[in-house]
Design a protein around this ligand. Structure first.
Ligand code: ADP
Length: 191
């Protein structure tokens, strides 16, 4: 059975940082929908153009777009023990689509690893990242506020969705990178 870990948490929770360590230690393929969308934007594709306006507004891109990206990764990537989904699912509809995709092959979500930090820390982390990575969606306060609101309105309901399925596991993301990584590895070792 392939493993399907979902890395969950608000923007700036440290998902990208931890994902790198997780995929290496557990031979997983990292799928970041945000990174895939940013690739489309730099390539100047039609999809990228459409996505850019939404991302810069702090909104989500349409479910069908990210679902298509995920499906194509599942189909084409070989030689791994599983996948680490980072930034997907972000809506209840996406979570249901993922359940359907996996069930079609007799598979299911292994576990949700949720890194939690308070809203005040979200802003701090994003401002810090802006000075390092130069992401357009990290630069404007209004965009950041909208992303936080989008997270609470559209993505946070997934906490209940996966709790009911018995798959939700929360990690305190306020500690050091090493502390958070240790807590995540302790959890992943159980699967
Ligand atoms: P962060 O980790 O800071 O939230 P991401 O790199 O995951 O940033 O995503 C950047 C932006 O890309 C999001 O704000 C959103 O507009 C878009 N995006 C990423 N993943 C999804 C998704 N699953 N559904 C819809 N939009 C997405």
């Amino acid at each position: 059975m392939m493993k399907y870990f979902i890395l969950f948490g608000p923007p700036g929770a440290g998902k990208g940082t931890q994902a790198t360590a997780m995929v290496e230690a557990y031979n997983l393929r990292h799928i970041s929908t945000g990174a895939l969308l940013r690739q489309e934007i730099s390539a100047g594709s039609e999809l990228g153009l459409k996505a850019k306006a939404l991302i810069d507004a702090g909104a989500l891109v349409p479910d069908e777009i990210v679902e298509g990206m995920i499906e194509s990764e599942f189909r084409t990537v070989k030689g791994v023990d599983g996948f680490l989904l980072d930034g997907f699912p972000r809506t209840i509809e996406q979570a249901k689509a993922l359940d359907r995709m996996l069930a079609a092959n007799g598979e299911e979500v292994t576990s949700v690893v949720s890194i939690m930090i308070p809203d005040s820390m979200i802003r701090e982390r994003i401002h810090h990242r802006a000075t390092i990575e130069g992401r357009a969606d990290d630069a404007k306060d209004e965009t950041i506020s909208n992303r936080i609101a989008t997270y609470h309105n559209q993505t946070e309901p997934l906490v209940e969705y996966y709790s009911k399925a018995g798959k939700y596991n929360e990690i305190d993301g306020t500690g050091t990178i090493d502390d958070v990584r240790k807590a995540i590895f302790d959890l992943m070792d159980r699967f």
